[in-house]
Design a protein. Structure first.
Length: 413
């Protein structure tokens, strides 16, 4: 069950360290240090709302299939693109990201605070976030003000790259491989010939459970798919005190990592409900209500051990959430990014998630491809002198049939 919802919830929890704290009654140690500003709480609430909507939109394309997403990775990458957008293009992006009407400087400041928190070391947990822009400055130069913005607020690497070079994909893949500790080694095979820039965000997480599972307790057990058929999976098990609650529609458990700075929340629909119903109920209000119900209880958790990896093209999902103009080659407005007419060609997310007896490892890379509108080549007055043998045809333009074709060697005959 967890594969289709857990990482969206887990990374939302990881990003919103202050909005989903370990409860005071939890047996796990309290999170170390409160670093959440009001501005950061606003942007993490927005990221969660965006993530829930994105999960539902992507799930429509993957009915009863695993969907593992990183809302924070997508939101940070789209926020970098937002800094180059103007007019209705920017308004649509802000509304989709659940930050409509907010001042751009406040959004950037909140994202900067969020990144600082994510980069704060936590015991027995590795959590990193990185941004980069690779741009072909010869084909579509980035504006200096835009570069300064993304460097300052998003600590983004900005590098010039010849997108026409056969070595360009290796450079981009090398960045993704490094920032995800080898979990996502490739995000590009070949570059679109019209592509002029690639905006990237990477998030990597690895944490050990505060209370690890005993490997000897792991056993093969049944797992019922949405279709009703059953499969066998390795199932881990442990008994102890955890933050937990249940309703007639679901059971929920919070499993902390390390000293409790990060935790995995697993939500299991009841047998009379379904994961689809749970996904439809995902809102920030519902999430806050569920969060308030956790309390320390004794019990047993049995959880599948699994490893998932997938790639998602998010264009249709983002369009369904209201971001339409950004993909329009003629209508997109990213004039603060480049003097050329550019638009977004593709938004992709590559994700990895592993859950075992020791803990969890997860990685995501979000890529936004920017393409430039083809510029017409300047035309020069031509001068055609037919003074040698030539070919001519008479063509039916409706059918493109050549009714006559002639090789004229000597027009005198």
């Amino acid at each position: 069950m967890f594969g289709r919802i857990g990482l969206a919830a887990m990374l939302a929890s990881a990003a919103a360290l202050g909005s989903l704290p370990v409860m005071a009654s939890s047996p796990a140690p309290s999170p170390t240090g409160s670093m959440t500003s009001g501005a950061m709480l606003d942007v993490t609430t927005a990221d969660n709302a965006f993530g829930f909507g994105l999960l539902r939109a992507v799930q429509k394309e993957h009915q009863h299939g695993n969907v593992v997403l990183s809302p924070v990775s997508a939101a940070l990458d789209l926020s970098m693109a937002l800094n180059g957008a103007t007019g209705e293009t920017a308004a649509q992006m802000q509304k989709m990201l659940a930050i409509g009407g907010a001042d751009l400087a406040a959004i950037n400041s909140a994202n900067q605070d969020l990144m600082k928190t994510l980069r704060t070391p936590a015991t027995d947990v590795t959590l990193s976030v990185a941004n980069a822009i690779f741009a072909d400055q010869h084909r579509a130069p980035l504006r200096a003000d835009y570069v300064a913005q993304v460097k300052h607020w998003y600590d983004s690497e900005v590098a010039n790259l010849d997108f026409g070079s056969p070595h360009a994909p290796a450079t981009i893949n090398g960045w993704a491989d490094k920032e995800t500790h080898g979990k996502i080694p490739k995000i590009v095979d070949v570059l679109d010939p019209n592509e002029v820039a690639l905006l990237l965000n990477a998030i990597y997480f690895k944490g050990q459970w505060t209370h690890k599972f005993d490997k000897s307790a792991t056993h093969e057990a049944g797992f019922t798919l949405a279709s009703g058929s059953a499969v066998k999976l390795p199932r881990m098990s442990q008994t102890g005190k955890f933050d937990y609650f249940e309703t007639s529609a679901l059971q929920a458990i919070r499993m902390p990592y390390g000293k409790g700075d990060l935790a995995m929340d697993v939500l299991l629909p009841s047998k009379t409900s379904s994961l689809a119903e749970l996904e439809s109920a995902l809102t920030t209000d519902a999430w806050k209500m569920w969060d308030a119900r956790f309390s320390s209880q004794q019990g047993t958790i049995e959880l599948p051990r699994f490893e998932l990896k997938n790639t998602y093209r998010l264009n249709e999902a983002l369009e369904s959430l209201g971001m339409v103009l950004a993909f329009d080659p003629q209508g997109a407005h990213f004039s603060k990014m480049s003097p050329r007419q550019v638009s977004i060609s593709d938004v992709k997310q590559f994700t990895y998630l592993k859950v075992d007896e020791q803990g969890s490892e997860a990685a995501a890379v979000t890529s936004i491809g920017m393409v430039a509108l083809a510029m017409p080549h300047p035309t020069m007055p031509f001068h055609m002198i037919v003074d040698r043998p030539f070919l001519c045809t008479i063509e039916d333009r409706r059918s493109h049939a050549l009714l006559f074709i002639g090789a004229i060697y000597d027009p005198r005959e």
